[in-house]
Design a protein around this ligand. Sequence first.
Ligand code: NI
Length: 389
Amino acid sequence: MPIVNRVADLQPDIQAWRRDIHEHPELLYDVHRTAAFVADRLREFGCDDVVTGLGRTGVVGVIKGRKPGKGDLRGIGLRADMDALPIEEATRLPYASKTPGKMHACGHDGHTAMLLGAARYLAETRNFAGDAVVIFQPAEEGGAGAAAMIRDGLMDRFPIDQVYGMHNNPGLPIGSFALRTGPLMASTDAVDIRIEGLGGHAARPHLCIDTVLAGAQLITALQSIVSRNVDPLEAAVVSICEFHAGNARNVIPQTAELHGTVRTLTAEMRKLVEKRVHEVVAGVAQATGTKIDLNYERGYPVLVNHASQTDFAIEVAKEIAGDANVGEMPPMMGAEDFAFMLEQRPGAFIFCGNGDSAGLHHPAYNFNDEAIVFGTSYWVKLVENMLAA
Ligand code: NI
């Protein structure tokens, strides 16, 4: 049995917690019920310390190992996310969301339940030296909850020398894991542009400054950043996804607005694209005679897995799933705010298989309870192996 036997015993409880959380989805920082549920369980399990309200609604539990002696590490952090999404659930499950317009469509219900399962096992057995720090964060979905917990002292108040994260992955078979060293997920920056021209009659364009034409030129020019400034062997995305202008076919509008996103896989590329967006905007403004305001806001950083911690995580995953079921994950241009934690401490982010389910953020998505024993076993083995006396 590659999975931890005691974890298999705990599976029904973990599944029940998962379904309870699934039924009661909460958004961003507003995860009060979920956080209270988590904190109650952690106290029940006998965690040595349970701290709530970190990063507004984050929860941290500390479990001290019973093994004497200590290695180089004071402790390691294991992180799960608790928030749901503003999506109308379409699963028709008996435990489907009871709140219209909100659902656990990214499996954070499963992540939270699996880490709770690991906390229960670790508090029961304590077969390690040092501290296991379980971290439950709010607002992963665009709210930078990880950064908020770090600002509230997460890394200084708790003995976290390394930090690990996990996410389920639809399409990856149940009982398998995937990860890679180095950049795994992209930085994501927001681009908000407001173009001011001179509105007027469509039949008299020479007396106007056309914001629609300027916006169209800007979108085209911004595309040249990826095609002409970025090394073709590097990855970057510039997507302008909103263009708002005008409300009549015979009026040249006074203003136009564009909104988009920039994704990159290295800090250098991020800097380059940001610089070029500023330059291109300034150039198009000059060429068209418009005034263009650019608000470029940096969001989540690149998620970079550290080499030796990733190698260690791969060995743990192989112990649980077997050599053939731990694969290399190609980098992707989606973002994940665990990246903030990996900027603070070395560690690794791993994907666990969710089988043939609907995709993440889809109204028919559901976390697969069959993944529980694998994900939870990974957590407990990671602690026992990394904090072996
Ligand atoms: Ni997610």
